[in-house]
Design a protein around this ligand. Structure first.
Ligand code: TNX
Length: 564
């Protein structure tokens, strides 16, 4: 069978709206230039002034980030063609247009170029009447959310328009995050590396995310991965419009983030012999961590730090006997067991420790979220668990952050803006339904679909199997809005895949478990439900095998896909 020609829209995640024009491709040649246009909105609508301004973490301002994104686009086109692709602010067939203050897809329609089109006008109405039924990320979360996440990640804040004609290519967005998303779309339409002209397929895309939060969790506690490897991982995931990287920084087998007021957490808890089988030592200094956070911001990825408590604390108790029952140092553990350690709930020193850690981690975190773990606290009585969470949740708000916690956290009444994360496979959960009814929004990570540490098939050399085998079709074929009774579309903040690292010892292992399943989760998180299908996805996915190879990314050649 002859391979179908690539069309505009043959990307992952599939865009919200695409009008391909096979006759209208744009040829990138030796004379191609990029032109940057930035314009302040005439009168930003009330309430969108902050949400629409391009203030992703690390941005030096809207215009500055437009330049940085133009550089990224120029760079990928240089790699694809070998041409020089200069950037100019006066002339160019490729136009990058940032209309600052215009965050919503509907507002984009007011830009002169697109106002004529009827379809655009319709999507404008949808956007103005409440983003097609979805609420903005910060709607019910009070001051914390407003100060913490302005302009980054809210629905509409990542929308963009991409137009390709024989005369040129134009990208238009209200935020730097939207421009960045558009560039990821263009990236997938040109080769990773090449020599000579390349034709980008013609047509028009209007795109915006279904969910604000699209994440992946990497467990750097069971096995530590150094900053350069995590940066490369950020590059790999951002191509699929994943916008949060949750780092599981602490667990029984290791503590991986420097805490200046409790230095032995890392000198002992992150030192030689830590990690599963003692094979994953290492930790991030605060400087290295801050550098990683800033790097991720240039890829519009928000780092979500997790400090797991009150369970999963053996490494902390091995470093500080005062945190252990009877104040006797516990032995370091390098096995796979879970659920045996707990902070001492009735001891004041515990809360000094917790507050010191949360304060230092919050200070390293420009993003809005701080993850408290809270899972598998089998060594804490239910009453103690509630006492602990009820006391600690307000501390997160005190340091200006919104708490995320694994679903067990929903055993207590959650403050506004706290985000429980569904991870189990049971089809219902009273605590989560109650949280949703109270207006808290959830992250969906059902283990039988999104756990990237599960084996693909019985022959997978890496991974566990407690949540079942998960090949890429199983990772794709579900929907976050009908997974849990009482938790419908408006209650879903987003989706997250989780990669626990008990069986993973290298970044190559991490890549093989991530690809191709993470792109499935990315499409579920971004694309409208009725725009996606497994048959279309597996065809678009096939092109990524050679792309990953060219990028030096290892992947699992799932037999469910006819790889190019
Ligand atoms: C469950 S999922 C855990 C982790 C393990 C993982 C292994 C969750 C919140 N906790 O402690 O690493 O299973 O798949």
């Amino acid at each position: 069978m002859r391979k179908r020609r690539t069309e505009l829209g043959d990307v992952i995640p599939v865009p919200a709206e695409v009008w391909p024009d096979p006759a209208g491709g744009f040829r990138v040649g030796p004379d191609t230039r990029i032109r940057i246009v930035t314009a302040a909105a005439a009168a930003p609508t009330a309430g969108t002034a902050t949400a629409g301004t391009a203030t992703a973490p690390g941005d030096a301002g809207a215009a500055g980030s437009a330049v940085a994104i133009a550089e990224q686009l120029a760079d990928l086109l240089r790699q694809a063609t070998g041409h020089t692709i200069p950037i100019s602010d006066t002339a160019g067939q490729i136009v990058i247009e940032l209309i600052a203050g215009r965050g919503e897809s509907g507002e984009l329609a007011q830009s002169a170029e697109v106002a004529q089109s009827a379809e655009v006008a319709q999507s404008a109405e949808v956007a103005q009447s409440g983003e097609g039924g979805q609420r903005g990320e910060g709607d019910q979360s009070g001051d914390v959310a407003q100060s913490g996440e302005a302009g980054h990640g809210a629905e509409g804040g990542e929308s963009y328009e991409l137009t390709v004609t024989p005369d040129g290519l134009s990208i238009c967005a209200g935020t730097a995050a939207g421009l960045f998303a558009a560039v990821q779309t263009v990236r997938q339409l040109v080769p990773v590396r090449g020599r000579g002209d390349v034709t980008i397929p013609g047509g028009r895309i209007l795109d915006r995310p279904r969910f604000a939060y699209r994440g992946v969790m990497l467990d750097v506690a069971r096995h530590h991965f150094p900053p350069d490897e995590v940066k490369a991982y950020v590059d790999a995931i951002a191509q699929f419009k994943i916008n949060h990287l949750h780092l599981h920084l602490t667990d029984d087998q290791g503590w991986r983030i420097e805490i200046k007021s409790w230095p032995d957490l890392t000198t002992i808890g992150g030192g030689a012999g830590t990690g599963v089988d003692g094979a994953g030592p290492g930790f991030y200094t605060q400087d290295a961590y801050a550098d990683l956070v800033a790097y991720a911001a240039t890829r519009f990825v928000t780092i979500v730090p997790e400090i797991d408590m009150p369970g999963h604390v053996n490494a902390a108790q091995a470093a500080y006997p005062e945190l252990a029952a009877d104040r006797i140092a516990v032995a370091p553990r390098t096995d796979l067991a879970v659920g045996y350690s707990s902070l001492v709930i009735g001891r004041e020193r515990t809360y000094t420790f917790v507050e010191d850690v949360l304060r230092e981690v919050a200070a390293l975190t420009p993003g809005p979220y701080l993850h408290l773990g809270g899972d598998e606290a089998d060594a804490t009585t239910p009453e103690d668990y509630r006492t602990f969470m009820t006391r600690v949740l307000p501390l997160v708000a005190r340091y200006g952050k919104r708490a995320i916690g694994w679903q067990e956290m929903a055993a207590v009444d959650l403050p506004p803006g706290a985000v429980p994360q569904y991870w189990r496979i049971e089809p219902a959960d009273d605590g989560l339904a109650r949280a949703a009814a109270n207006g808290n929004r959830l992250i969906m990570s059902p283990a039988d679909r999104t756990y990237l540490d599960m084996k693909y098939d019985p022959d997978s050399p890496l991974g566990l199997r407690w949540a079942g085998l998960i090949d890429v079709d199983r990772a794709y074929d579900w929907d976050p809005a009908d997974r849990l009774p009482g938790v419908g579309e408006p209650a879903v903040l987003g989706v997250e895949a989780a990669l626990w690292s008990e069986t993973l010892r290298s970044i190559t292992d991490v890549q093989v478990m991530t690809f191709p399943r993470l792109p499935a989760i990315a499409e579920i998180g971004w694309s409208p439900r009725n725009a996606r299908s497994w048959e279309s996805f597996r065809r678009r996915l096939a092109a990524h095998g050679p792309r990953w190879t060219a990028q030096g990314i290892a992947y699992h050649r799932s037999p469910k896909v006819d790889w190019d």
